[in-house]
Every structure is written in structure tokens, then in C-alpha cells.
Design a protein around this ligand. Structure first.
Ligand SMILES: *Cc1c(COP(=O)(O)O)cnc(C)c1O
Length: 625
């Protein structure tokens, strides 16, 4: 009874509040979500997230002002306290001169010009931006970037960077730990992005393979029974054993070194030694790959024929059966395998290849056949998902959990802090599990006194390198944390956002078909009518995309992708069955939404972005159906 009375009072009170608050409450009532609160609200323990970003309306501007002011005060003091006895170079009198003043006016007016121009830059910070793999950058990352710019170290060598190189090593160590490597053994460096990090992997794998093949050739000339394929994959243990047994030296190996001689003559020589044509190595990359792999193969001159794409299954993940088939085929053709690449977070759909199965198979080859193949994981996008809580996480697929748990078994990994690390460009990283496999690519430079193991200059493709990406990553690691309470929490929100948006979109219209098997925070869909040819569906989806890309005053920013039948055939067939499509075209166009912004689902803003987006899509497709 008491309970009922208090309930009645509560209802009356609530009504009064609604009436008195008028408009605010009608907005609140309007967007009171139908979907479960769990998917949308900021959990109180997520409040810390609100300190990591400036906020879509610059809510944390005071905090940023304080930090910027501290950073600059410190920078000024740093200058003033270095040999204070030297005196000033720009005097107060100078500042009174007309030339000085007119130059400053010019300077300021151009600064204003640039600021005005950037006002029409793409607003990637806003929750309405759900296009490509970029969103709001985190405040720790931004501050790290600023601080580094002011000191401007060059991480090519300790001669040009005293602190920057140390912070780089520490940041790499934090990334390595998150990815599942032993930080005592792992080594790496920051790159301008995932593309260069992938090149770094390929170059080291090629050097390793070359060393092994070269020793194999020498051994064969001395009567050892070895073939090209087994030589190129002999493993370090066998390499060291043979090296000692043959009393090999750099000099005795030089005539057979496949990278240090004319490549055409070496191929002839190897043919003479092994009795079969040497046609060069191949690289096995799944068809969900990023296009940087094609660039890499071209850049190192392997020839496009060396690029062996591995098929995808009906989920759009690497088909491990096809991988095994191709490894057998390469062996039959005496073509060494430079590396096998798995993708953690595909660029198109954000999904994970069965890294654990690839790893198991490669381990088996090692144990049973003595065949060692370099396994590189391209985790440019998905590496940060390693921070997620795995065991108790209802939003993670079992296959993704297994893949995440196997990441640490790879020879090398690419990860892009400038994607899911919420770090400003340019910040990628390349890391090897084993120190020795990092230092395979050393180059000497006469005018720098490089210190081995300290200076990355002789190891990196890039020359001068800013420390900004490393410092940004370091500061986010220390402030936000590469674990379940830090990045894990942010990224879990983004996965929940994808689950929510898929649900809302699917419920909104019978013509919206969500791309199946999405695992992370990328949501894809198409707008189709039953039994129509794929070409019609594609044309409609493209028109829908154009509605978003053509207007400058966009309600939302989206991206699109086209899955090719050649790569994603199995996936497209099982997906398009849902609307009984006639497959008359060589691909499927999809609207692609990267839901990285942690504020996309929030109860605080007056608008519910997921619902507003769905309403917007509904209005747009009405004209197209
Ligand atoms: C983005 C991406 C790359 C390339 O990274 P950049 O930083 O753009 O050079 C490589 N691989 C995958 C899987 C990616 O998502």
C-alpha cells in the first residue's frame, strides 16, 4: 500500500516536472530510446572517457586552455634557462619598428586566412562523421603531439633526439605488450602509417629468406642434400648449425647472396646449383587485403606474378584451406614464400582473419617439416582491439577472441595509432616479436655515429622521423591505458554502437540489408528489392551515397565500398541470397559506416545520432525505391 502511494506520488511528480520543463522534456521524451539503455548510455564508470576528448562542442575547452598554457610556459622557460647569460636576440626596441609591425600584420593576416580556410575542412571530430577510419583525436594524443612539435626531435638517431628515441622505445613496448608480444624481446619503430609498416615487414622477411637461401646454396655446393624451398625456410636453428658446420663467413656466402648480386645472374647460378629454375619468392595475402600490399610488391620489384591472393570464405575472412593449398602449390613450384599475411581488422569491414588457425598451421609446418614461414599480421586498423576485455565480453565473436589471443605468435605486426588509437596523423608502427628479426635490414651511413640497438636510423625505410606519433601514443597509453578499462572501454562502446545501428537500420525498412558477420565497429548495408539484379541495387546504393557526398551541408558523413566478386564471391553470394538477387555484376556496393566516435551513442546530446541517422536514411531511400 505504502509502496503504491509512493509510486503514485512519483508519477504525479514526474508529470509536473515534464510540464514545468516544457520543451526540454518533450525533446527528452521524443528521443527516449526504444533500444536497450545498455547500448546507449554512458555508464558511470565510463565518465573517465569524457576526460579523453575535447567533445563535439569543445566542452573541455577550459582543460585544453590550461594544458596548452602549461605546455607553452614550459617551452618558453626551457629556452630562457639554456645559457641565460647569452642575452636576447629580439629586443623590445625591434618590436617598435614599423618593418617589424608590418611583417607581424602580414603574418597574422595569413594565419587568419588559414584558420578561415580550415573552417570548411571535413569535421571528422563530430559524431555525425561516420565515414572513413578517422574520428575525434584524444586529448592526451593531441597534447603529446604539441609537446613534441615544440621540441622537434628527429628520431633517426640519438644525435638528433635525446628524449624522443627513449619515449619511442617505451611506446613501442606498450604497444607490443597490448598485442601479446613479450616486451623484453619485441622491437619496433613508428612509421608514417600502416603502408610503410607493412613494407618494413616485407623487407625483413625478404632478408631472412635470402640469408637462409644463400646458406642453403653454399651448403648444396658442399654436398648437402637440400632443395630451394627447404633452404629458404630452414629456420634460425638449422641456419646457425649449418653456418658453424660449414665454417661459413660473409665472404664465402657473398657469391650466392640473392640480394647482393645481380638478380638475373643469381637465378642462373641457383639453377646450376639446385637443378631447377629459380623463379623468385611469392607472398600470400588474403583478398580482403589493404592495397598497400600491391604497392609493396611493386616497390620491391617482385613482379605482380609474385602476389598470390588467398581466397575468402563466406564470412569475408581468409579461407585457411585455400592458404594451405597455396603453400603446397608454392612448394611444388619451388617458389619460396616471403611471408603469409593475415589481417586483423580489414579495411573494408573491420573483421579478423582466423589468425589462430593460420598460426597453428604454420607451427605444424615448422614442427613436422622444418619449414619456417614468416607470419605478418596487418593490424593497422584492428590492433587496438587487443585492449578489449575478452573472456566475459558478450559483444565479441568467438572467432575474434581466438584471433586476438593468437596475435602474439606472429613474427611481425603493423598497427596504426592514427586509426583506432585516436592519435593525430602520421602515426603507424611496425613491431617484430623477436629482436633478431628486427635487425635484419641494417644499412650503414658514414656521417652519423649510429649506436647499435639505440638508433633506428639504419633500420628504418624512412629517414628523418618525427617523435610526435610516438609521444602521442606514449601519453595515451599512460593516460587512457591500453587495457580493458582504457581503450578497451572506448572500443567496446564503438562495437556496441555498430550492434545498435544494425538493429535500428534493419527494423527501419524491409529494403535495408545489413552486411552479415560484422565483428567490430564498421557497419555496412545496401538498399535492395527482392529478385532485382545486383546492378540495380548497386546503382541505388551509389545514388544514396551521392546524396551524402554531394551536399556540403551534410547531415552525416558516410563512406562506401565495393566488394569485388573475385575477392568476396562467397560472401556476396550468401549475403545477396537474403533478397534473392540476380548476380549480374562483378561486385556489390555498400554504404560503409566507421563508428569510431565514442559520442555517437550518448544520452547527453539533445539528438540521438543513431536514430537521427536512421531517420535520415529512411527519408533518402524513399526517393530511390
Ligand atoms: C589503413 C590500413 C593500412 C594502411 O595504413 P596507412 O596508415 O593508411 O598507410 C594497411 N592495412 C590495413 C588493414 C589498413 O586498414
Amino acid at each position: 500500500m505504502v509502496c503504491e502511494i509512493s509510486r503514485a506520488i512519483e508519477i504525479v511528480l514526474n508529470c509536473l516536472i515534464y510540464v514545468s520543463l516544457g520543451e526540454i522534456n518533450s525533446i527528452w521524451l521524443m528521443r527516449k530510446p526504444e533500444v536497450s539503455e545498455d547500448l546507449q548510455a554512458f555508464d558511470p564508470i565510463e565518465t573517465s572517457l569524457k576526460t579523453f576528448f575535447l567533445g563535439p562542442k569543445s566542452e573541455n575547452a577550459d582543460l585544453v586552455n590550461d594544458l596548452i598554457s602549461e605546455i607553452f610556459q614550459d617551452w618558453y622557460a626551457w629556452r630562457k634557462t639554456f645559457h641565460p647569460e647569452d642575452g636576447v636576440a629580439i629586443t623590445e626596441k625591434d618590436k617598435q619598428l614599423t618593418e617589424y609591425r608590418s611583417q607581424i600584420d602580414t603574418f597574422k593576416s595569413h594565419v587568419t586566412t588559414i584558420l578561415r580556410r580550415f573552417n570548411s575542412e571535413i569535421p571528422t571530430f563530430n559524431p555525425r562523421y561516420i565515414g572513413h577510419m578517422v574520428a575525434e583525436i584524444s586529448l592526451p594524443a593531441l597534447m603529446g603531439h604539441f609537446i613534441t612539435l615544440l621540441h622537434n626531435p628527429n628520431n633517426i638517431t640519438g644525435e638528433a633526439s635525446r628524449i624522443g628515441i627513449k619515449i619511442e622505445d617505451e611506446a613501442i613496448s606498450d604497444l607490443a605488450t597490448m598485442l601479446g608480444f613479450n616486451p623484453e624481446q619485441a622491437v619496433g619503430h613508428f612509421t608514417s602509417g600502416g603502408t610503410v609498416a607493412n613494407f618494413e615487414g616485407l623487407l625483413r622477411a625478404r632478408m631472412r629468406l635470402s640469408l637462409w637461401l644463400t646458406l642453403g646454396a653454399l651448403a648444396k655446393t658442399q654436398g648437402k642434400n637440400l632443395n630451394i624451398f627447404d633452404s629458404a625456410h630452414m629456420g634460425w636453428e638449422k641456419y646457425n648449425e649449418l653456418y658453424t658446420e660449414l665454417g661459413a663467413s660473409e665472404k664465402s656466402l657473398l657469391p650466392y647472396h640473392i640480394l647482393k648480386n645481380n638478380p638475373y645472374e643469381i637465378a642462373e647460378k641457383l639453377k646450376g646449383i639446385f637443378g631447377v629454375n629459380y623463379r623468385g619468392p611469392v607472398i600470400l595475402v588474403p583478398q580482403n587485403k589493404h592495397y598497400s600490399w600491391e604497392k609493396a610488391v611493386r616497390l620491391i620489384g617482385l613482379g605482380d606474378d609474385a602476389f598470390w591472393p588467398v581466397k575468402l570464405d563466406y564470412r569475408g575472412k581468409m579461407d585457411v584451406l585455400d592458404l594451405k593449398k597455396q603453400i603446397r602449390e608454392a612448394r611444388l613450384q619451388n617458389r619460396p614464400i616471403l611471408m603469409v599475411v593475415s589481417v586483423a581488422g580489414t579495411t573494408e569491414m573491420g573483421d579478423f582473419d582466423p589468425i589462430n588457425e593460420v598460426d597453428e598451421y604454420l607451427k605444424g609446418l615448422k614442427e613436422h617439416d622444418g619449414i619456417h614461414i614468416w607470419h605478418h599480421i596487418d593490424a593497422a586498423y584492428g590492433g587496438f582491439f587487443c585492449a578489449l576485455e575478452r573472456e566475459e565480453n558478450p559483444y565479441l565473436s568467438d572467432s575474434m577472441k581466438l584471433a586476438l589471443n593468437a596475435m602474439g605468435s606472429a613474427n611481425s605486426i603493423t598497427i596504426d595509432p592514427h586509426k583506432l588509437g585516436y592519435v593525430p596523423y602520421a602515426s603507424g608502427a611496425f613491431i617484430t616479436q623477436n629482436k633478431n628479426e628486427y635487425y635484419l635490414n641494417t644499412i650503414h651511413a658514414p656521417y652519423i655515429d649510429f649506436k647499435p640497438e639505440q638508433d633506428k636510423g639504419p633500420q628504418t625505410i624512412e629517414g628523418s622521423r618525427s617523435a610526435a606519433g610516438a609521444v602521442s601514443t606514449w601519453l595515451t597509453s599512460k593516460t587512457i591505458g591500453f587495457d580493458a578499462d582504457g581503450y578497451g572501454m572506448i572500443l567496446n562502446r564503438t562495437i556496441k554502437a555498430r550492434v545498435l545501428l544494425e538493429k535500428l537500420l534493419a527494423e527501419a525498412s524491409p529494403n535495408i540489408f545489413i552486411a552479415p558477420h560484422s565483428e567490430t565497429n564498421i557497419c555496412l548495408f545496401t538498399v535492395a528489392k527482392p529478385y532485382e539484379p545486383l546492378s540495380m541495387t548497386n546503382r541505388r546504393t551509389l545514388k544514396l551515397y551521392e546524396q551524402y557526398s554531394s551536399s556540403t551541408d551534410r547531415s552525416f558523413f558516410v563512406s562506401k565500398t565495393q566488394l569485388g566478386m573475385k575477392s568476396y564471391g562467397a560472401y556476396i553470394k550468401s549475403y545477396a541470397e537474403k533478397w534473392n538477387a540476380q548476380l549480374d555484376e562483378e561486385g556489390l556496393v555498400l554504404i560503409r559506416l566507421t563508428l569510431m566516435n565514442p559520442f555517437f551513442t550518448t544520452n547527453e546530446t539533445k539528438v540521438s545520432y543513431p536514430e537521427a541517422f536512421v531517420a535520415d536514411i529512411l527519408a533518402s531511400i524513399k526517393k530511390l525505391l
